[in-house]
Write a protein that binds this ligand. Structure first.
Ligand SMILES: C[S@@+](CC[C@H](N)C(=O)[O-])C[C@H]1O[C@@H](n2cnc3c(N)ncnc32)[C@H](O)[C@@H]1O
Length: 289
């Protein structure tokens, strides 16, 4: 680590310490729940840690260059503090949001998913995949170009027409997106929207992307349809699942959003899960055993 990096690091540490001192007690308690990172004297930031909460927090405080220098030594204590401050530091939130929106502007045809999520799915998807999507958008044509079959459920008529246009522009079948009713609202699992899943036989589905309405019902309906090794992806997972992330409205340390989401966590407990976050929006990617 060179002298300039050290000077920069200590300046940031002073800023972080000062910010922590000014956080009101209640927010501090909430912040303490956000992280379970124990303070450690010094730790080497490895590639795997770089994907974990603490090193991402360092990245957010230090700026992008910290990711590039993740093999250098950073004080882990600063990392754990940074997680706490970062969650409640509006400028950091603004920067993360700006970065996420900038990425979307640069990739107008990509799904509304974090850069990390898009990269993971780019690696995971196979051209033999059969895909069901709940909540259509630019993702529909993006997935459609990468899988052998896609069906997408949409409830909004104007959005539906827009997505049909996008599918046509990419030479994909316009009927890959279906305009479907959300009724009866008191029994979402009976709605044509959720029941689009019945177009697939049990074990036929290899990729289900949940990014629309009735998310718990969609997940429950997709589980038996997914093949072993199939992917179940939930966008904006940070708002409903307890995971150590500092994206806005994160449930970190608070438990699942409600009993329905708690039951889904239990149902998926044996599944491997990947977590994709840009610090602004998160997606959970489960792999069926
Ligand atoms: C988060 S969007 C789905 C995005 C899509 N899966 C993607 O990643 O590109 C979920 C739903 O929001 C609705 N939606 C989003 N933006 C909209 C807009 N500008 N006008 C109308 N509906 C919109 C649509 O009904 C859509 O199904």
């Amino acid at each position: 680590m060179n002298a300039a990096t050290l000077r920069f690091g200590s300046a940031v540490r002073r800023r972080v310490d000062a910010a922590v001192d000014h956080i009101p007690g209640a927010i501090r308690e909430r912040a303490a729940a956000v992280t379970s990172v124990p303070p450690a004297p010094r730790q080497r930031i490895t590639a795997s840690m770089a994907r974990s909460c603490e090193s991402v927090a360092i990245t957010r405080v230090m700026g992008r260059s910290a990711f590039r220098s993740r093999s250098e030594q950073w004080p882990a204590r600063l990392g754990s503090r940074a997680v706490k401050v970062d969650s409640f530091w509006p400028p950091q939130r603004g920067l993360r949001r700006f970065a996420a929106e900038y990425y979307q502007r640069k990739h107008p045809d990509a799904p509304w998913l974090s850069k990390e999520g898009i990269e993971m799915l780019s690696d995971l998807l196979r051209d033999s995949d059969t895909c069901l999507e709940y909540g259509s958008g630019t993702s529909t044509a993006w997935f459609g170009r990468r899988v052998s079959k896609i069906l997408s459920a949409e409830h909004d008529p104007s959005w539906f027409e827009r997505v049909q246009g996008q599918l046509g522009a990419f030479g994909l079948p316009r009927d890959a997106v279906r305009l479907l009713s959300l009724e009866p609202r008191e029994h979402p699992e009976q709605s044509p929207y959720v029941r689009l899943v019945d177009e697939f036989a049990d074990g036929e589905l290899t990729f289900c992307y949940v990014d629309g309405e009735y998310r718990p019902a969609c997940i429950r309906a997709a589980i038996p349809k997914l093949a072993s090794g199939g992917l179940l992806v939930l966008d904006d997972a940070h708002g409903v699942l307890d995971h150590p992330t500092f994206s806005p409205h994160s449930r970190a340390g608070l438990g699942p959003l409600d009993a329905e989401w708690g039951a889904i966590v239990e149902q998926l407990r044996a599944w491997r899960m990947l977590w994709a976050s840009d610090g602004y929006s998160d997606a959970a990617i489960w792999i069926k055993p």
